[in-house]
Design a protein around this ligand. Structure first.
Ligand code: NAP
Length: 277
């Protein structure tokens, strides 16, 4: 049996094992996906374990998505552009890093929004997920504004994004003004996530009917931001499809097989309690 892992700290609440193992069993493959908790100070010493040829690859989550890069042998072009890795393939000789969050976010957005060319996007947050979405959108969007609690963090990320879009950073305090002329609003912060489900990263008065609101938070499936966006008549997209798409792309990189995204979605939704549509 070949092994797959999720490395991170903490990892206990991840939906990846249930999604990946369901897809593996459906195809009758001889793989098993399990959690590997690695505290921040132990990553470089534990990477040798992950080079074992019985390990086909692994996912990477907080806080290792950037720290893992110097420990790998190569990066694919998306991981290189994003500057973060969420999937690693073990070829037996080399560990190769990928970023399936970025491609998954664009795929999910395109399905809900349509043609992304020329869109104006606002992304709240400047962590790993924001970096993945901003890089994914940059070849298509006309403008991207990144909003954070501390504007210099947004400015720094904005200065690192390459593509067709004009990318600028600003303070989250400027949300109403920034979102007024936007087509797409992305929440790339954990605000609204279980158990703090009454929180929203954006004041409701910033929302308008011409927006598509993409909340990367998937637990709960219907966040306060999504509910408030629906109330003003905006289109909405929760984080579950991106989660499934990034997992299915990783599955394909490891096994060469196509996972059932419908099964992965169903089992993920059941695991978070099946709230909402
Ligand atoms: P991260 O690297 O820790 O970044 C989090 C960002 O959110 C930082 O910019 C942080 O700002 C900001 N933030 C945190 N608390 C905030 C608050 N109370 N108000 C305003 N901003 C706040 O995390 P990440 O990996 O980017 O993940 C962000 C979210 O996306 C998480 O909820 C994660 O579950 C979700 N996610 C979903 C998917 C998916 O497939 N759907 C994939 C990846 C991530 P500071 O720097 O100022 O603290």
């Amino acid at each position: 049996m070949r092994r797959l892992h999720l490395i991170g700290y903490p990892v206990a609440h991840s939906l990846s094992p249930v999604m990946q193992n369901t897809a593996i069993q459906a195809l009758g493959l001889d793989y098993q996906y399990s959690l590997m908790s690695i505290p921040p100070g132990e990553l470089s010493s534990r990477i040798t374990e992950l080079r074992d040829t019985l390990i086909a690859g692994f996912n990477v989550t907080i806080p290792h998505k950037i720290a893992v890069i110097p420990l790998l042998d190569a990066l694919d072009t998306t991981a290189l552009a994003v500057g973060a890795v969420n999937t690693v393939v073990n070829t037996g000789e080399r560990l190769i890093g990928y970023n399936t969050d970025s491609t998954a976010s664009v795929r999910a957005l395109r399905e809900s929004y349509g043609d992304l060319n020329g869109c104006h996007a606002v992304i709240v947050g400047a962590g790993g997920a924001s970096r993945a979405v901003a890089n994914g959108l940059a070849p298509y969007a006309r403008s991207i504004k990144i909003l954070t609690r501390e504007a210099p963090k947004a400015d720094l990320l904005a200065s690192q994004i390459r593509g067709r879009a004009t990318v600028r950073g600003d303070s989250i305090g400027k949300a109403v003004e920034a979102i007024h002329s936007a087509d797409i609003l992305v929440n790339a912060t954990p605000v609204g996530m279980m158990p703090n489900i009454d929180a929203s990263p954006i004041p409701a008065e910033a929302l308008h009917p011409d927006l598509l609101v993409f909340d990367l938070v998937y637990n709960p499936e219907r966040t306060r931001l999504i509910t408030e966006a629906e109330t003003v008549g905006a289109r909405t997209l929760g984080g579950l499809s991106m989660l499934v798409y990034q997992g299915a792309e990783a599955f394909h990189l490891w096994t060469g097989q196509k996972a059932s995204e419908t099964l992965m979605m169903d089992v993920a939704r059941r695991s978070i309690g099946g709230r909402g549509a």
